[in-house]
Write a protein that binds this ligand. Structure first.
Ligand code: F6R
Length: 240
């Protein structure tokens, strides 16, 4: 992967936002792969003013993942996060942005439905990725197959602890998720993995320089012909 070290998350946001503007200008029906969590927020914030005057009515989006069984009205359901942080500020057409369906009814076919929708859209042009402190991308926790497609997974305790900040208590963090697989993510035409802060340094080093192993799912990006890793100095600290 190409590694870019920036001095701040805002600088990373600006870089990625510029790339997305170029993509949409050349491909008005571009398919964006959307991450949630804290990491991509500077991208979405930088993108909103840059899209003023650009027709985004045909842009499509696919989120990486969703909690299973979360109340759809919960502010931290990824459906709501994507609406609040992406669809509304960027002015995207809500009908053209999908999030995996984490509701319990129909969960057996939600993964297949999502794969079909991704396929029908022609695949993701640019996939934004964060990385978990345990090395997950999407919610592909350690041990995930590199061939995996969208499916239900169990969150690790580490991920539930990390995400407890979005909930009142850690007990409220759902135990299961539905996530694009590593195989799904690797099909995107361009991967852009972002990481900020020293808490991500080991995961970043493992993903970029470590052995390609299911124990560190982010290392799957080494198999991708066009992966860009954008990190601040703290997250780059363990790189050689
Ligand atoms: C979110 C996702 C996760 C996060 C990762 C880092 O859609 O798929 O892989 O990117 O957990 O989370 P933050 O950015 O909150 O540190």
């Amino acid at each position: 992967a190409e590694v870019v070290i920036v001095s701040s998350a805002d600088d990373a946001g600006a870089l990625v936002a510029d790339e997305i503007v170029r993509l949409i200008s050349r491909t008005p029906d571009a398919v964006l792969g959307l991450a949630t969590g804290s990491t991509p927020l500077p991208v979405y914030r930088a993108l909103a003013p840059r899209l003023a005057g650009i027709d985004v009515s045909r842009v499509r989006g696919f989120a990486l993942d969703e909690y299973v069984g979360i109340d759809p009205g919960h502010p931290e359901s990824y459906r709501n996060v994507i609406a609040r942080e992406v669809i509304e500020p960027l002015g995207l057409d809500p009908a053209r942005v999908r999030v995996p369906d984490g509701s319990l009814e129909g969960i057996e076919h939600a993964g297949d439905d999502y794969e079909r929708a991704l396929h029908d859209a022609g695949g993701v042009d640019l996939q934004i990725l964060g990385i978990g402190t345990d090395g997950h991308i999407g919610f592909n926790e350690p041990g995930s197959s590199f061939a995996s497609l969208t499916r239900v997974k169990t969150l690790t305790e580490q991920t539930r602890d990390d995400n407890a900040r979005f909930f009142d208590t850690v007990d409220q963090v759902p135990r299961h998720c539905i996530t694009q697989g590593l195989g799904t993510i690797l099909r995107a035409r361009h991967l852009v993995l972002l990481a900020f802060g020293e808490g991500k340094a080991d995961a970043v080093a493992g993903a970029v320089e470590g052995p390609v192993t299911a124990s560190l799912p982010g290392s799957a990006i080494q198999l991708h012909p066009h992966a860009t890793v954008i990190v601040d100095e703290a997250a780059a600290r363990a790189l050689r």
